[in-house]
Design a protein around this ligand. Structure first.
Ligand SMILES: *Cc1c(COP(=O)(O)O)cnc(C)c1O
Length: 354
């Protein structure tokens, strides 16, 4: 991503930040039929901590460190926490991560690997995002949340890389999962940079996908609203797509503006569709993605069914996070054949296609 250093607010830093970005973009014909379009996969799971968040942390964390001695902090119990902790420790800076009191042990383990100070907060965790700014003002801590401008500027580089891979063409559609709307905001910033520089004539349509369990952006899009209405607790449900599903997205208005500006769409998909799409990513594409990321395939398939995407259009699915952190989460058929070594040749002969 530091190929685009001149368009970022900091000089190329040392440490793990240098490893952020530069993920592969591959044509994946095996996914065409399910998607209903010509599929390309921009695999953000190949980031240092397994999620696109590293593009933002790679800019935001060194930026903060360069401006003072404050401890770096974040409010997250997922990929944001893992990424922020990794980038802070890589530059030898303390990091404090605020997680909910009931955080699952597996999630905690991924965060704790980088040895930040983990604070389990009892109380309304949703409100902590708002408290973060206040904490930043009162204490020597810089809390970097999803809509920190330096973070969002780092996300632009995903769009630059996609467009550079396609040049001189541009893809017809880019599909992202959306939660806070931070990534969508960054990608939109990137589109506008390239338009202003005269480097692209026509913008890709930005399609955002949400989990039906918590989809304030889809609701606002369908209602023609410019601002999402925060969902109440009884309007939200459980979902396997644990990295998305923000009932009150801080960058929601900007994400909606991005979609409308690029003539895109917002759709929601159910957990059943997400389960199927996670499997299809692996079985038909060879990609191990988070359920949150698999929403892109399910969402594009839905838009193609509705006639909003044509079979000959190029669609970039952005799996935002690796599925390798999900091991043991269930949902995968692990039935195998047990064979005695003596019988191996005979048994194998019966298993292989004739
Ligand atoms: C954070 C995250 C998202 C959502 O991104 P926003 O910027 O909050 O919209 C999607 N997928 C994965 C894997 C994430 O970690």
């Amino acid at each position: 991503m530091w190929r685009y250093e001149a368009l970022l607010p900091i000089d190329r830093p040392e440490g793990v930040s240098r490893a952020a970005g530069g993920t592969p973009l591959v044509r994946s014909p095996g996914l065409d039929e399910v998607a209903g379009a010509r599929v390309f996969v921009k695999d953000e799971g190949e980031s240092p901590t397994g999620a696109y968040k590293d593009r933002g942390s790679a800019v935001a964390v060194p930026h903060t460190i360069a401006t003072g001695d404050d401890v770096v902090g974040t409010v997250s119990y997922g990929n944001m926490a893992i990424s922020t902790a990794a980038h802070a420790t890589s530059l030898d800076r303390e990091c404090v991560v605020f997680v909910p009191a009931d955080i699952p042990a597996g999630r905690l383990e991924h965060i704790a690997r980088y040895e930040p100070t983990v604070v389990q907060v009892d109380g309304d965790y949703g409100e902590l995002y708002g408290d973060a700014l206040d904490l930043s003002e009162r204490l020597p801590i810089d809390v970097l949340v999803s809509d920190a401008p330096t973070r969002i500027s780092g996300y632009k580089t995903a769009l630059f890389e996609i467009c550079e891979s396609f040049a001189p063409e541009t893809p017809d559609v880019i599909a992202l999962p959306a939660s806070s709307g931070g990534f969508a905001s960054g990608v939109w910033l990137g589109i506008r940079d390239l338009e202003r520089a005269g480097l692209i004539d026509e913008s890709p349509r930005l399609c955002l996908v949400q989990t039906a369990a918590s989809d304030p952006l889809t609701r606002a899009f369908e209602a023609g609203a410019t601002d999402p209405t925060p969902l109440s607790p009884d309007e939200t449900g459980e979902t396997i797509a644990h990295s998305i599903g923000n009932p009150n997205p801080p960058s929601g208005a900007r994400a909606l503006a991005a979609v409308r500006d690029t003539d895109g769409a917002v759709v929601s998909v159910t957990d059943d569709e997400i389960r199927t799409a996670t499997r299809q990513f692996a079985v038909d594409g060879g990609f191990c993605v988070e359920p949150s990321s698999a929403t892109t395939l399910a969402g594009v398939s839905r838009l193609a069914d509705r006639g909003e995407i044509d079979a000959d259009e190029s669609v970039v699915l952005v799996p935002t996070g690796t599925g390798f952190k999900e091991s043991g989460a269930g949902g995968t058929d692990v039935s195998t054949e047990k064979v005695r070594r003596d019988d191996l040749a005979d048994r194998l002969a019966s298993m292989l296609p004739a």
